[in-house]
Design a protein around this ligand. Structure first.
Ligand SMILES: Nc1ncnc2c1ncn2[C@@H]1O[C@H](COP(=O)(O)OP(=O)(O)O)[C@@H](O)[C@H]1O
Ligand SMILES: [Mg+2]
Length: 595
């Protein structure tokens, strides 16, 4: 998802409309109320003429007395209607953006985890979820009503002006097509610069996120200075992009002012002509609701008032509004890109219950490559019988963790197949598969919530007793009890308030609780001290009972005691067999045992 500066306006507009449609009723309400407000405004101005000409002009206090309350009352009503219109538009905009936020978050949960591994995507996603949604939200709250109200106001006012002085008004309309052309050219520029600005913002967000996550290393390795420099550079790029984006928007402002100036001059010039020749301005309308004579001082004043408040004033806002539309199109298309991302594929149909699962795994000719490089796993063949304890070892980068990712379908196989109890794992429902295969990663991740919720992973189907039981089994109960709030203790971000060994025991308590027939352990004790290793090993031993277990490990004792050993290198299995036999073979395995 990179900003190319190109924008499919049609798609962006369709996306905005799709979101608007869900609240169409509210929107129509906002629109109608706004129209009432506009009509009230113009209507109140028409009384002004009578007040000025008949009341003040002819010094008629009765006229003033009768007309003033009418005008004041209209203005008060106008104020309230305007308040209602603004409130409703905030409600409408808020509703649309709330729905949008939820939709995007739900989508986020469906994107495969590996999508997020590409550089820059965390910050990019965060920017889209915050800044871009805010732009769209602002648009629906503040600008969309203006977008309709202002042109309507201009049209309505122009119509009134047309009625009272057709020739004069027609003369002024020649400026419209010129303005339209100018705007059209401007919008393209705004689109481009708005997109660039959001992209630069993404880069900055990404850097901030990365720094926060690695703040310990920042302090330890004293990289503050170089980070500062890099950040300043990026902040400066954002500043420049912001300035360009802003400039592209605001140049519409002087254009509108210039046009307004021309219109004003034109009217005054025509008024001068009128004084000399007569006939151009003098139009008289008399009806029950509207009486108007532009030829009088009051008339021309009202004409100006409607022109200024109904046409020229609003048209000054047209520039920023159209600029805002161009900007929101960019944000909309960035959100649309998220909505269009591929989701985790699950075409499995078979449900396998835990009790029915024997735990036999057959891997046939398995091949997988990561996108950009040639790394992954090649031609893996492996047969694991129910209840077997297998150890995988081999240098780092050998493809061990990749094999696990394929087993639990975090990644999709390129070639070959994996069978679980004879069934292709692709044909098993993802949900069902993950209930059968437990996975304890090298570095378990904890959410910043209570220990209890971390162990039950948010599921409420486990009782308090079951959670305590699992923790006892995982050798975690004791240390949890000693924490300030016991099981209700809230852990820091990513579990930062616990030690590595404690985090790992929480992860093992999870595994106990989930009690899957198959267990994948990815070096669960690799970076723990010997005391912790001992504790965890005894937990693993208990946990492994009656389960098919595959463990990635470098622990010699463990390797020697396992049912079967697999040595991987460069994505392939280089040696495999019973540990006793492999030891005699004088190959790669015997070398690491002797080390
Ligand atoms: N997300 C990824 N994108 C691209 N290459 C990857 C990714 N993850 C791992 N690799 C590469 O795949 C190879 C195997 O990685 P991995 O299975 O993690 O090794 P191991 O667990 O044996 O240390 C390595 O060369 C690694 O660089
Ligand atoms: Mg690994």
């Amino acid at each position: 998802m990179k900003n190319t500066g190109k924008l499919n306006q049609k798609k962006a507009n369709a996306y905005l409309f799709k979101n608007l449609k869900a609240f169409l009723f509210g929107f129509i309400l906002v629109f109608l109320i706004a129209q009432v407000a506009t009509a009230l405004n113009i209507y109140s101005l028409t009384f002004l003429q009578e007040l000025l000409d008949e009341g003040l002009g002819k010094a008629n206090p009765d006229k003033i007395k009768t007309l003033t309350p009418v005008i004041v009352r209209l203005w008060i009503i106008y104020g309230f209607v305007l308040y209602l219109a603004k409130y409703m538009s905030a409600w409408f905009g808020g509703s649309v953006s709330k729905k949008l936020r939820i939709t995007i978050f739900e989508k986020l949960l469906k994107i495969p985890d590996y999508w997020f591994q590409t550089k820059g995507r965390h910050g990019d996603m965060l920017t889209r979820m915050s800044a871009d949604i805010n732009k769209v939200s602002d648009f629906f709250t503040l600008k969309i009503s203006d977008l309709l109200i202002i042109p309507m106001k201009i049209i309505l006012s122009t119509t009134v002006l047309f009625l009272v002085a057709p020739k004069l008004t027609a003369t002024l309309l020649i400026t419209v097509p010129i303005l339209a052309k100018v705007f059209k050219v401007g919008i393209g520029k705004i689109n481009y610069h708005a997109g660039r600005m959001q992209f630069k913002l993404s880069e900055l967000t990404e850097m901030t996120r990365e720094t926060i996550e690695g703040i310990k290393l920042v302090h330890l390795f004293r990289v503050q200075k170089s980070l500062e420099k890099r950040f300043e550079l990026k902040a400066d790029e954002l500043f420049k992009a912001h300035l360009k984006s802003f400039a592209s928007r605001i140049w519409l402002v002087p254009t509108v002012h210039l046009t307004n100036g021309l219109i004003f001059g034109l009217i005054l010039w025509l008024a001068a002509l009128e004084m000399q020749n007569g006939g151009f301005l003098t139009i008289y309308i008399e009806s029950k609701y509207l009486s108007f004579n532009v030829g009088s001082i009051g008339g021309i004043t009202v004409y100006f008032a409607i022109l200024v408040t109904g046409v020229l004033g609003p048209s000054k806002l047209l520039g920023p509004i159209l600029g805002g539309v161009a900007e929101v199109q960019i944000s909309a298309s960035r959100l649309l890109e998220i909505e269009n991302l591929d989701e985790v594929k699950d075409d499995g149909t078979i449900e396998v219950s835990k009790n029915d699962c024997k735990g036999e795994i057959l891997i046939k000719n398995l091949n997988f490559k990561y996108d950009k490089n040639n790394k992954g796993v090649k031609d893996i063949n492996l047969s694991i019988s129910p209840g077997q304890k297998i150890c995988i070892t081999g240098p780092s980068g050998a493809g061990k963790s990749t094999l696990f990712s394929l087993l639990i379908r975090l990644r999709e196989i390129d070639k070959g197949e994996i069978l679980l109890d004879g069934k292709n794992i692709q044909s098993i429902k993802m949900d069902s598969l993950r209930r059968l295969i437990g996975y304890v990663p090298q570095e378990p991740y904890l959410f910043s919530t209570t220990i209890k919720e971390n162990i039950s992973i948010g599921s409420d189907k486990f009782s308090e007793e079951e959670i305590v039981e699992a923790s006892k089994n995982a050798n975690a109960h004791k240390f949890i009890k000693e924490l300030d709030d016991g099981y209700k203790t809230v852990v820091g971000t990513a579990g930062s308030t616990l030690s590595g060994g404690q985090r790992q025991r929480i992860a093992l308590a999870r595994a106990y609780l989930l009690n899957t027939p198959i267990l994948l352990l990815d070096e669960p004790s690799s970076h723990l001290d010997s005391e912790n290793i001992e504790k965890i090993e005894s937990v693993i031993k208990k946990l492994s009972k009656n389960k098919t277990v595959i463990e990635i490990t470098h622990n010699k004792e463990k390797l020697l005691n396992s049912d079967y050993v697999i040595m991987m290198h460069d994505g392939t299995i280089v040696e495999s067999g019973l540990p006793k036999e492999l030891r005699k073979k004088n190959g790669a395995f015997s070398k690491i045992i002797k080390k």
